[in-house]
Design a protein around this ligand. Structure first.
Ligand SMILES: Cc1ncc(COP(=O)(O)O)c(C=O)c1O
Length: 411
């Protein structure tokens, strides 16, 4: 196998570092990858593959950190986008796609009576907290300790630039620990506006955790017993587990939910959907943004949702994700390397046992990147509808070599 070089990526990064704080920021920062052994800048994508600025081709298991759910440059989405771009994107008000998309989300989501749109997950997640407060006239929000809900001051994982007042009304509990949540609710219930949870635990630098049976049902019951709003943060998992909301398969329905990543196959859009009883509060809490009404992402979302439903994409992602996870487990066993494959097959993650600083995983992922497979060493991965069984087979050829390389280095 030819090993890739990343010369243009590195040159661009050196230039970026002179004019951009940190060069590249957020989870895509080289500091979070494997400095010098990863591509940083990309040129194009098609289906399940991406090409970096050095011309190296990868099977892409990050899918742009989630948005690419149908595959890069999906023809039906791109055709809808091109047609809308001809007509214009940004007007004095929304286009008809705004109404059609709200209708589509309400139809798809069994608990939803309304929908509205913004750009990023953080926009709608934070707005849903305000709606819960406005509805209940209570100040406090309960969230699971360490959960990522975005970059706003109440939840940003790095607290630089925030004040204690930003988090003064935030209470925390241990994810998937109903007794702990009950303790928090018992101590503060007359003050609690909302409990916000994700469908499963998917924090960076951790194995993923699927909640035990009854956890989300328990959250639902606590909310009902105390007049608390059940807020689902479905930004990361939305549209990869179920088209009607990621808890639908468990038979649990929240009061309000946020979507972003996969909703428009790479175009900037987020959405909030909610129940009728929250409509008055939703009407009073101000929501606006310079680009919130732009038409192109809305037609992209309509095309994406239609294709997800028509193509059986969710079952397909489950299938190829299962093949990948089982393949990794079998190989690792054959190499005598204990690993953990965690999370749902469409949003998997792999780590090495006894690798608390992710050193082995960084080595493994760098070995894969050099051979044309793009994983992330400490952030969950994403499958798309475009991944094929052939992709998985090619990937497993690469991971076999990467496991061997880990074994040679660490024994
Ligand atoms: C669960 C969850 N909530 C909220 C967010 C924030 O979304 P955004 O980055 O679009 O603001 C993310 C982003 O990764 C997320 O995974």
């Amino acid at each position: 196998m030819t090993m890739y070089a990343f010369t243009r990526s590195q040159n661009l990064f050196e230039r970026a570092a002179r004019v951009v704080p940190n060069g590249i920021y957020g989870p895509m920062s080289p500091a979070f990858l494997v400095p010098g052994h990863y591509p940083y800048f990309f040129q194009r994508g098609a289906g399940s593959h991406v090409w970096d600025v050095d011309g190296n081709e990868y099977i892409d298991y990050m899918c742009s950190y989630g948005p690419i759910v149908l595959g890069h440059c999906h023809p039906k989405v791109e055709a809808a986008v091109a047609a809308q771009q001809q007509a214009g994107n940004c007007f004095n008000g929304p286009g008809s796609a705004f109404v059609e998309l709200a209708e589509r989300l309400v139809d798809l989501t069994p608990f939803a009576d309304w929908a509205l749109f913004a750009k990023n997950g953080s926009d709608v997640v934070t707005w849903s907290l305000l709606v819960a407060r406005e509805h209940t006239s209570r100040p406090k929000i309960v969230m699971a300790d360490g959960t990522y809900h975005g970059t706003d001051a109440w939840c940003t994982p790095l607290t630089a630039g925030t004040t204690p007042a930003d988090r003064a009304e935030i209470l925390t509990f241990k994810y998937d620990d109903l007794a702990d949540l009950q303790r928090v609710v018992a101590a503060h219930h007359e003050q609690i506006a909302g409990i916000i949870v994700t469908p499963f635990r998917h924090e960076a630098f951790h194995d993923q955790e699927m909640p035990g049976t009854g956890f989300h049902q328990g959250v639902r019951e606590l909310c009902d017993a105390h007049g608390i709003v059940f807020i689902l943060d479905d930004v990361r998992a939305g549209f990869r587990l179920h088209l009607g909301g990621s808890l639908e398969g468990l038979g649990v329905r929240p009061d309000i939910a946020s979507y972003c990543k996969a909703i428009a196959n790479g175009y900037p859009l987020s959405a909030s959907v909610g129940r009728e009883f929250l409509r008055p509060a939703a009407e009073r809490v101000f929501l606006a943004g310079t680009f919130f009404m732009s038409a192109v992402p809305m037609v992209a979302a309509l095309a994406t949702l239609e294709e997800l439903a028509a193509s059986g994409a969710i079952q397909h992602m489950w299938h190829v994700g299962t093949l990948l996870g089982r393949g990794l487990e079998d190989q690792a066993r054959a190499h005598g390397l204990p690993i953990n494959v965690t999370g749902p097959p469409a949003i998997p993650f792999m780590s090495f046992a006894d690798d608390p600083d992710f050193e082995r995983n960084r080595w493994f992922c760098a070995a894969c990147a050099a051979r044309g497979v793009y994983f992330h060493p400490h952030h969950n991965w994403f499958l798309s509808a475009a991944h094929t069984e052939e992709d998985i087979a090619r990937t497993l050829d690469v991971t076999d070599a990467a496991f061997r390389s880990v074994k040679e280095k660490w024994g």
